[in-house]
Design a protein around this ligand. Sequence first.
Ligand SMILES: Cc1ncc(COP(=O)(O)O)c(C=O)c1O
Length: 323
Amino acid sequence: MMDQSRGIYKSVLDAIGSTPLIKLSRLTKNLDGNILAKMEYLNPGFSKKDRIALQMIEEAEKSGVLKPGQTVVELTSGNTGTGLAIVCGVKGYPFVAVMSKGNTDERARMMRSLGAEVVLVEQIPGSTPGTVSGESLERVELQTQRIVEERGAFRCNQFDLMGNLNAWYSHAGREILQQTNGDFDAFCDFIGTGGTFAGLTKVFKEFDPSILCYIIEPINAAVLTGNKVISRGDHKIQGGGYSMSNLKFLNFVSIDGTLQVTDEEAYSTARKLANKEGIFAGPSSGANVHGALQLLKGPLQGKTVVVILCDSGLKYLSTDLWT
Ligand SMILES: Cc1ncc(COP(=O)(O)O)c(C=O)c1O
């Protein structure tokens, strides 16, 4: 909590959330409609996942499943791990992040710098460097389970703990409703765990059931669209698109539709966000904005679409996203 009388935060944890919402006027210049982008990469760990890290740890402390000083372990594509490294560091829990080697090196270095132990898991043979398929993720999952057992650790499982969904439902979603006065028509989101999509969809539809909520998937791993996985589902949009059709959080909401995005579309839109809007975000943010542009060019002409800008472009400096 902030010391209201002096405007001083007690720790960096109080700087999580309350991010700005920005109208992408340049990208929509020749279109009828608006895109409102929530700047989640301005969180202390430079991604939206700081929110769920804080929420999951605080819920676990409250319920007593996390004991003082107990080791926390989580499978991560880097962003939840960074959030957990920050939250666990400040609160005094040792933290182990288990991540595929398919994710960028910046993420591992950042987590280590924040005090985490980082365990990197080889991709499945034949994988393209810089991609994380569902099969590669299964390997990371097995390694995570092993470490949790060996260390008697608390598994901060972002695919399962309701703190993931609740962070979006109770905080970010309410911020967006307040920032917009509820005046928007749709929301679209590239999903990993589906926590962002489900938490926001739940709060938006409770406010106004006519708000349309769309899932975005990589074109070659569009399982929720009902498509077959192509080329093992390898793609370059880190943080999601794991071709999982059994995501727990999606059971809590209805889905109005799905959109597909290619690596090139996600990348080129992230580049346009940077050079047209001055917003330096990663490929999944590009995927989200591309989805919103598709909606404005198609069924939602003249409408307003909300998107999340998930993480910072700085996390991709070693990739071909930037020249
Ligand atoms: C950069 C990035 N984009 C998108 C996602 C997907 O978000 P969610 O797990 O809430 O579906 C993640 C999740 O790790 C992420 O790190």
